[in-house]
Design a protein around this ligand. Structure first.
Ligand SMILES: Nc1nc2c(ncn2[C@@H]2O[C@H](COP(=O)(O)OP(=O)(O)OP(=O)(O)O)[C@@H](O)[C@H]2O)c(=O)[nH]1
Ligand SMILES: [Mg+2]
Length: 647
């Protein structure tokens, strides 16, 4: 059983399902009671779909043979009753391996041939091209076939040095690569570049995804890992082993990849069973382990409480054999509790924030609309009440006044249409600065700056230009966004001043997160260039690969900015359009009452009864949206103003 982790992920899934339900309830409400445009409903539907697919990425990072794969087996695959993923002495996992569950397809393992390194496509591009991958279907009911398939993750092949060199995997002058040599002319290289495993496991079905990585050298050869996969993982587990301690290369990995990315720094000290000496008392062994925890903590400069001592191997055996004592001694439970306590809440926050950004303002607006419907119905009743006992002439005067109000309102609404057109025009202009063509031009310019000089100096030059140009587009967008907001604020103010419409305060466009991400990419570049391993002339291949990884990331950031800007434009414009329509409908309704009463003074009673009847249904609409808001607020922590205060 995965104590803390399993129940933590179950709770995560439960809350995610509730969040999906509440968004669906909101969408249903809109469909039933509001005149919203189909694209808005579609977006809500898309949001629920992407929530269901939302994953929590846990990456395992360490030097080779520290037990990453063994720990993954122990944490997630013990129900398999065998060692599912290949784990062995020496270098075992040959390619980065993503393990997840996708219910849209049957279980599979997909392998990207190492030769794709000859191409200039990033792995994230290749992920969208299944044809480039070699796919094996997994028969989860057949353990030996499963294990056979998983062996592929450790597959290597022997090639001539020239080929390995052309693939950017071999450098005669690099003593760290000596282990690859097979004979005079040939070296052993990984057969695959990347692996995707779609496997139906309850934790993976709940949205957990795992990234197993090979040791350091392999990280170096696939820059996408260091530039995107590892920094974008929601949590990192860094492993050390008791028999090796903190070696220079362990420390480098910690320093380069782990310590600056994860917000919480934990290290897993694995293989404590190697210290289980039967000639020593448990207390003596405990002290030895404690000493090693302390020295690890001081070398990594983290609190001792953040070093978790475990034995992945004994945990796996303990789970398979259902040996509670061994499981207890393995120390894995504390690690599982930590994962449940630290990782899941931060993942949940990301999910909540996304939903609040997308739905929060719309929901607040819908709720205000529902409430204004009720207020308008009350007003209608009061109008009718005021009419009783009046003669036709007075009713006629009231009707004229109301008609005047309506005309004035229509006038303001027409004026607003002009504002709306300007906003649409400016919005279009703004988005045109963020389209793919613009990004392509920026990339081209940056490539020209590099001018085929794939040295670190060329790289820095190209990246500087890329980031400066992208930053300028973001600034431009931010500035245009400010202008649009001013226009809309003035329009809101007019509706408020002239027609007593409630004030609205649309949020501004904030792209600072994306600027920060650009800065991070520049830091990545500088670090890469400062690394002595990467400045030798032979590393041209690496520089190019690194550049491609960076550009892919930059492109993603650019697309995110466009999406964020599109959403923002919608969220600032849609609510006021809805509100104007709603207000007009309410005025028309009141005028209709006056018309009817004017035509037949005796119909006041009947009209009042009809309005009271409508009020029951309006009240129930309001109750429903109020229930949706309450649940939404409970799940996301988003605050909505109380309805009374809103009046
Ligand atoms: N004694 C002992 N051996 C372990 C433990 N965990 C892993 N090992 C062994 O250490 C070796 C390496 O384990 P792996 O899981 O393959 O290590 P890795 O970090 O995935 O290594 P690469 O895939 O090469 O990067 C294997 O022989 C494991 O059986 C442990 O807790 N105790
Ligand atoms: Mg491994």
């Amino acid at each position: 059983m995965n104590y803390g982790l399993e129940s933590g992920i179950t709770r995560f899934r439960h809350r995610r399902d509730r969040l999906v339900k509440v968004v669906i309830a909101y969408k249903d409400w809109l469909e039933k009671y509001a005149e919203v445009e189909p694209p808005q409903l579609l977006r809500l539907f898309d949001l629920t779909e992407s929530l269901k697919k939302d994953r929590l990425m846990l990456a395992f990072v360490a030097e080779f043979s520290r037990g990453k794969t063994e720990l993954i087996n122990a944490l997630f695959f013990s129900d398999f009753k065998q060692r599912l993923l290949p784990s062995d002495a020496g270098r075992t996992t040959m390619c980065p391996t993503e393990i997840f569950y996708d219910s849209d397809t049957e279980p599979y393992i997909r392998l990207l041939p190492i030769e794709t390194r000859f191409r200039d496509d990033s792995i994230s591009t290749l992920k969208r091209l299944p044809i480039e991958w070699s796919t094996i279907s997994l028969d989860v009911a057949d353990p030996s076939a499963m294990i056979d398939a998983m062996r592929k993750l450790a597959e290597t092949k022997v090639v001539f040095k020239v080929e390995a060199r052309a693939l950017g995997l071999w450098d005669e002058n690099d003593p760290n690569l000596a282990y690859m040599v097979k004979d005079q002319d040939r070296v052993e290289i990984p057969a695959w570049r990347y692996a995707l495993v779609n496997y139906p496991h309850p934790l993976l079905e709940s949205g957990l995804a795992i990234l197993d990585t090979p040791g350091l050298n392999a990280m170096g050869v696939e820059p996408e890992l260091t530039v995107s996969a590892i920094p974008n993982a929601h949590a990192l587990l860094f492993l050390l082993a008791t028999d090796t301690g903190v070696t220079q290369s362990d420390y480098e990995i910690w320093n380069k990849l782990v310590s600056k990315h994860a917000s919480q720094h934990y290290a897993v000290l694995n293989k404590i069973d190697m210290l289980w000496d039967e000639l020593k008392t448990p207390e003596e062994i405990g002290r030895t382990i404690q000493r090693q925890i302390e020295s690890t903590a001081s070398q990594l400069n983290i609190p001792t409480a953040n070093v978790m001592a475990i034995s992945a191997q004994k945990a796996l055996v303990g789970k398979i054999r259902k040996d509670a004592d061994m499981l207890q001694r393995s120390g894995i439970q504390a690690l599982e509790v930590m994962l449940a306590r630290e990782i899941i809440p931060s993942r949940e926050k990301i999910m909540r924030d996304a939903v609040v950004r997308e739905v929060g303002p719309l929901l607040a607006e819908t709720r205000d609309t529902a409430r204004s419907r009720l207020l308008a119905a009350r007003q209608s009743l009061m109008d009718l009440h005021a009419l009783s006992g009046k003669n036709q002439q007075i009713v006629g005067q009231m009707r004229e006044k109301m008609q005047g109000d309506k005309h004035l309102y229509e006038e303001t609404a027409r004026n607003f249409n002009v504002t709306r057109k300007i906003v649409a025009q400016q919005g279009w202009e703004l988005l045109s600065h963020l389209d793919d063509d613009r990004m392509d031009t920026i990339i081209e310019e940056s490539m020209m700056a590099i001018n085929d000089s794939w040295t670190t100096a060329g790289l820095i030059k190209g990246m500087h230009l890329l980031i400066r140009r992208m930053g300028a587009e973001f600034d431009h967008a931010q500035q245009q966004g400010g202008g649009i907001k001013q226009l809309l604020d003035a329009a809101y103010q007019r509706f408020h001043d002239i027609h007593g419409m409630e004030r609205m305060d649309p949020p501004g466009l904030d792209l600072s997160r994306y600027r920060a991400r650009l800065d991070e990419l520049m830091v990545n570049t500088q670090e890469f260039c400062a690394d002595p391993l990467n400045i030798m002339l032979e590393k041209r291949f690496m520089v190019k690969k690194f550049y491609i990884a960076l550009v892919t990331q930059a492109h993603i950031v650019f697309q995110q900015v466009r999406l964020e800007t599109e959403t923002w434009l919608r969220l600032t414009l849609d609510p006021i359009v809805t509100r104007i329509k709603e207000h007009k409908a309410q005025l028309e309704h009141r005028l209709e009452n006056l018309n009817k009463v004017h035509a037949n003074l005796g119909s006041i009673q009947e009209r009042s009864a009809a309005v009271s009847h409508d009020m029951v249904s309006i009240k129930s609409q309001l109750d429903r949206i109020e229930a949706v808001t309450k649940e939404f607020s409970l799940l996301t922590g988003a605050a909505f103003r109380p309805l009374e205060a809103a009046s």
